[in-house]
Design a protein around this ligand. Structure first.
Ligand SMILES: O=C(O)CCC(=O)C(=O)O
Length: 240
């Protein structure tokens, strides 16, 4: 638990909005029904199995150019034929609109991804280094990070700088993964020095979500002793 932990669902929206505005991130508890998230996790499992048996090759050129079998565009995921993009957006849309000060829509740049506890090497595609999403999208956004399983304890979570940042931080070029090569990676030393007291590693249960600004610094968190894989969705809102 941190000061940014809402400990309630998105209602009352004013409380969630105050925490998000103040800390750049808010932890929304039980914002999605856990049973729906469980169904989504099962569809994700089936989709990964499909990808693993050659289905990935059938994805669009865009997906294949941008992604790998560990991160796919959210449009490939639905439950009972309702696209994940639509039903996950509903409970958090108003808060995202308050945060961006305008009507919002879900960006195409929204993924579901799978992180294994042994993806420890910084430089694989799966363990993402410190970055700000706004550096990638080039415009203001709100990211809603939705784990489909327990995350942050025995399965990989997210490490976040719980501090509202007005703009973009300096990046480094690194010969690691696509983030390093494309100049969006922020040096670990910079973050751990400049923001040491604001770094948090929240533990989330299915149904919880972390909502944060495009300028909020974050990275994949994998710690020694984690044993389980984590599937999650990052749903990104931009101004409509
Ligand atoms: O899920 C992760 O480990 C990383 C997600 C992330 O960095 C993002 O959603 O921008």
């Amino acid at each position: 638990m941190g000061a940014f932990d809402c400990d309630v669902t998105v209602q009352p929206i004013e409380q969630a909005w105050r925490l998000l505005r103040q800390h750049g991130v808010v932890l929304l508890r039980r914002v999605f029904p856990a049973t729906d998230i469980q169904r989504l996790a099962e569809t994700a499992d089936r989709a990964y199995a499909w990808a693993g048996t050659g289905g990935f090759d059938a994805l669009s050129e865009f997906d294949r150019a941008q992604l790998n079998a560990h991160a796919m565009i959210i449009d490939h995921l639905s439950v009972a034929d309702v696209p994940a993009r639509r039903w996950l957006a509903e409970p958090v849309r108003d808060l995202a609109a308050m945060a961006l000060g305008a009507p919002v829509t879900v960006a195409h740049w929204s993924f579901w991804r799978r992180v294994e506890p042994d993806d420890v090497e910084e430089g694989t595609a799966y363990k993402l280094p410190f970055h700000q999403d706004q550096r990638i999208l080039g415009k203001p956004l709100i990211n809603v990070w939705i784990p489909l399983v327990d995350a942050g304890d025995d399965a990989p979570g997210l490490e976040v700088v719980a501090q509202r940042l007005p703009g973009l931080e300096p990046t480094i070029a690194a010969d690691t993964n696509i983030y390093g090569k494309s100049g969006v990676q922020i040096a670990t030393e910079h973050v751990t020095t400049a923001y040491a007291s604001a770094l948090v590693r929240p533990v989330l249960a299915p149904g919880d979500a972390l909502m944060f600004y495009g300028t909020t610094i974050h990275r994949t968190h994998i710690a020694e002793g984690m044993t389980k894989r984590r599937d999650s969705i990052d749903l990104r809102f931009v101004m409509a």
